[in-house]
Design a binder for this molecule. Structure first.
Ligand code: NAI
Length: 303
């Protein structure tokens, strides 16, 4: 099989100073990409700033003979997010790959969560992904090529106690990428979502110690790099990866029931049909909201 390489391509990795982002940066740079390693370098809950993490990754890439540049801006504001993307264009001439990976945690039960804990998590994850994607998208559209990979979480897909803020942001990111994929299709811009599992500073407190070595960020990186490669045509998809496990995740809709809208539809009719409404045996995937709406309209009056 031909070796995947990124020669001549430019990648921006947000939160690339540690954990998963560092693994992505090292892999892409090792395969020839010029990499902007962005990292604000704050604490895991988003306090402070430190240029060291991004700089150390850049030093490592350069020591191995690669090309990289550190950027210390925050993804969470529009002006600073634009500077991140602009640093790739100014220094390397273009941007082919954007990996939206920067993240923080402010876990608290809903009852105890402060408004600031919610807003800060939304700002870094959801706003940060939007700002960087928007800034990169114009460049990618102009050159008619781009690969965007953004980071969701099982906490958003499936729910997790104490992560209302984080779950909302992460599921929002998956929805955002579904729409970006459609807008990018005509310009060869692919957008996908990754749901990683890895032992990093974000998971050290919740993962058993013996599990951490088995879920190294390096195991997630090959799937992300594949999604970033020119030969990969996937777009609008969600993939799960961790500890050598790789899988596609999908939102599906059951075939449901179609009650006659020309007659009265009562609460009791819904209750009576609830098993059929919930049944997923004949579930299907839709590739756009338009496709789903078309299916609803064509299924009307069938019962
Ligand atoms: P990490 O804490 O090692 O990496 C996150 C990086 O983002 C840090 O280096 C941090 O300094 C940087 N960062 C934080 N706020 C920033 C900002 N405003 N601007 C720029 N950089 C900023 O944690 P990890 O686990 O590598 O997380 C990477 C991504 O993966 C995050 O989005 C996280 O939510 C997500 N994730 C991780 C999982 C895991 O099992 N480790 C599970 C599900 C999702």
């Amino acid at each position: 099989m031909e070796k995947t390489c990124f020669d001549g391509q430019v990648a921006v990795i947000t939160g690339g100073g540690g954990g998963l982002g560092k693994a992505y940066a090292l892999l892409l740079a090792g395969r020839g990409a010029k990499v902007v390693v962005n990292d604000l370098g704050g604490s895991f809950d988003g306090q402070g700033a430190d240029p060291t993490p991004a700089q150390l990754v850049v030093d490592k890439i350069k020591a191995a003979g690669g090309e990289a540049l550190a950027n210390y801006d925050s993804v969470a504001e529009w002006e600073s997010a634009q500077r991140i993307i602009q640093s790739a264009v100014d220094n390397f001439g273009r941007i082919d790959i954007l990996i939206n990976n920067a993240g923080i945690l402010r876990d608290k039960s809903l009852h105890k969560m402060q408004i600031e804990d919610y807003q800060k998590v939304i700002a870094v994850h959801l706003d940060g992904t939007f700002f960087c994607t928007k800034a990169a998208f114009s460049n990618m559209k102009e050159q008619a090529y781009g690969r965007i990979v953004s980071t969701a979480s099982a906490a958003g897909l499936y729910g997790n106690f104490g992560q209302v803020n984080y779950g909302a942001a992460k599921m929002g990111i998956a929805g955002m990428m579904n729409c970006v994929a459609q807008e990018g299709a005509r310009s060869r811009i692919n957008a996908n979502t990754i749901v990683p599992t890895a032992g990093t500073r974000l998971t050290f407190t919740v993962m058993p110690e013996d599990a951490i070595g088995k879920v190294k960020p390096e195991y997630v990186a090959p799937l992300v790099a594949w999604l970033c490669s020119e030969g990969c045509s996937e777009s609008g998809q969600i993939f799960s990866a961790g500890g050598g496990y790789y899988s596609r995740v999908a939102v599906v809709e059951g075939s449901g029931v179609a009650l006659d809208p020309d007659k009265e539809i009562t609460i009791e009719m819904i209750a009576k049909n609830s098993d059929k409404i919930k049944d997923l045996k004949e579930a299907r995937e839709f590739y756009s909201a338009m496709e789903q709406a078309g299916t609803i309209l064509s299924g009307m009056n069938k019962e």
